[in-house]
Ligand binder design. Sequence first.
Ligand SMILES: [Mn+2]
Length: 327
Amino acid sequence: MPQRIGKQIHELLMRSTTIRLIPHQNPDGDAIGAVSALGQYLRAAGKKVEFFCATETPQQLQFITLAHEISHNPQIWDTPCDVIVVCDSGDPVYAGIDQYLKKNPHTPVVVIDHHETNTFFGTLNLVSTAHSSTGELLYDYFKANNIQITPDIATALLCGIMYDTGSFSNSATSNKSLSVAGILIKSGASIKKIVQYIYKDKYINVLKLWGKALANLSYDRELDIASISISLEDMFVSGVDEERANGIANFMHTLKDGSVHMVFREKTDHTVKVSMRTTKDTIDVSLIAREFGGGGHKKAAGCTISAPLSHAYETMLPILKKHLKKI
Ligand SMILES: [Mn+2]
């Protein structure tokens, strides 16, 4: 961690009275964990701390200390604050606060983040791509500034590390992330609460919907694609909303068979949302998504197509063949 920036941020925060903490919109365990840990230490230092998120905090993240205080009422921006701290966001649009930063051009902005795409949009930027998560980066910040890590702060930081490393299974996992996790558990972090959040997140109606979708799983032998479809009617009958329905794309990706996994989901406007995943280094699914006006990463991408659900796969077939067929 760049020590000098860490010290400058600590000094700025200690000089300030009102501090506004921002996790990115559609927040995850790392974003909420980061603002929680910061909020707890700033409250202990006697600061007035406010939280704003452009979208609501998911129910399953409410176990994190102070998460219930995160407001998504934009009226908060009608009153000034001394400093804005944006966590786990590469740029203000991703954070969901672009318009609010433009309205407050003189308020200093602190950015604490680990994304490679970070644009250094803050007045002070604590950005390190060597860290697995904002949680791991904040651990270094707390240590460098001799800030006490209480059990609740430790839980918040560990939640970020576990979420972003896929519980120590993806490529962000390192010697450092594991050893910091060990120290946080020693400091009293509740791994039990975090595991409940990460793994105990299914509901009966969601599993019933998955059951329907998985019963119709189809496999294209020629292109080595496994795919499922979720109709609007199935979602309506099971009472599952879009956010919860999205989890099936991650589940599909635990499948060993198939080079590409696809999920087709009918939307209310009768277009079809397509999610694509691959683990093959030779395949770039973002190229396929882009041909349909979508985007994403090499290994995970998505697009929306205008076709009936029953014809969605066929509609995409020529483009899928173009990118996936071995000649
Ligand atoms: Mn993160």
